[in-house]
Write a protein that binds this ligand. Structure first.
Ligand code: PEP
Ligand code: MN
Length: 342
């Protein structure tokens, strides 16, 4: 349910409604807008008696939200959410007029490797570095990531170049650590429906980048984001990273048609990962262009200075020179759409 407040409702009135919602055993989620505040209500198993809230000072109306996802929905918040990530190099924003850029190796392999790649990413004018310290791998015999020492490498990257850090948490234990080191917590495709992890991410104080499961429907994807928001973390960035289809010439099929579908249903920003979405280096640039043209709020690209030696995902990692070209082209495409790459 959504409680719509009057444009001039005071903070006290908003607070009083939130207190009342809590006293009913429900959870209030105040959503400030440009003209008025709305309060999302979750936790109800059935219909709530709307009269109790509707008669309170400052309340315009109570609207039942019939969609299974509520906080994620545009019905609850009409304006685009802009997720802002402060980094030592300055803020990076995803959503609205801002297109955010994230790049780095699939995995943190060593300090030298990460510094070499980070140097080129910072030189390209990008402020967010992504590398996995915990890697969810199909085979238990594949490189699983360096764990906490990998997070310490990321801390050095942050310190040396001022880059903000995005890294994946694979379970509740790693999330405790990732939350301390990262500026953004990544939840990977394989964990999109790991509900205890989603709830834990919802209690984290850092923004979350949520990847679409490889066979997830749009509703399932949005419901996963709802899990995070229902716990009180409203800084969620969605990420399309390709789904499994019968196409046999790509690792996954990058579902760019999900971007306008998400935009229609949700206010959350969505970025595109053309690296996992295609699995092949030569497809990353064309699909990056297409993703931005289709309205994505950012890109997440795997870059490696020695892809032939990469411990994971070398085949889809582009070289730093190719990344420079990608940034330059995508900047121009964003400008055509009156958007700014940051
Ligand atoms: C990754 O980002 O390196 C990764 C493992 O991606 P996904 O969860 O999309 O497979
Ligand atoms: Mn990868």
């Amino acid at each position: 349910m959504l409680v719509v407040m009057q444009a001039h409702a005071s903070d006290e009135q908003v607070r009083a409604v939130c207190d009342r919602i809590e006293s009913l055993g429900l959870k209030p989620h105040p959503i400030p807008g440009s003209t008025r505040t709305a309060i999302g209500v979750t936790g109800n198993k059935g219909a709530i008696d709307l009269g109790v809230l509707e008669s309170m000072p400052g309340v315009v109306e109570c609207i039942p939200v019939s969609k299974p996802y509520k906080l994620v929905s545009r019905d609850v918040k009409e304006e685009d959410t802009i997720v802002r990530i402060p980094t030592p190099l300055g803020e990076v924003a995803f959503g609205g007029q801002s297109v955010g850029m994230v790049a780095g190796p699939c995995a943190v392999e060593s300090l030298d490797q990460s510094l070499a790649i980070a140097e080129r990413i910072a030189a390209a004018g990008v402020k967010l570095f992504r590398g996995g310290a915990y890697k969810p791998r199909t085979s238990p015999y594949s490189f699983q990531g360096l764990g906490e020492p990998g997070l310490q490498v990321l801390a050095k990257v942050r310190e040396r170049f001022g880059l903000g850090i995005i890294t994946e948490a694979v379970d509740n234990e790693s999330l405790d650590l990732v939350e301390q080191y990262a500026d953004v917590i990544q939840i990977g495709a394989r964990n999109m429906q790991n509900f205890s992890l989603l709830k834990r991410a919802g209690r984290a104080k850092k923004p979350v980048l949520l990847k679409r499961g490889m066979s997830a429907t749009l509703d399932e994807f949005l419901m996963a984001a709802e899990y995070i928001m229902a716990e009180g973390n409203y800084n969620v960035i969605l990420c399309e990273r390709g789904v499994r289809t019968f196409s046999d010439f790509t690792r996954n099929t990058l579902d760019l048609s999900v971007i306008p579908a998400v935009k229609k249903r949700s206010h959350l920003p969505i970025v595109v990962d053309p690296s996992h979405g295609t699995g092949r280096r030569h497809k990353v640039l064309p699909l990056s262009r297409a993703g931005i043209a289709a309205g994505a709020d950012g890109l997440l690209v795997e870059v490696h200075h020695q892809p032939d030696r990469a411990l994971s995902d070398g085949m889809q990692s582009i070289l730093p020179d190719e990344f420079d070209q990608l940034v330059a082209e995508v900047r121009q495409i964003a400008a055509v759409l009156h958007r700014v790459l940051n």
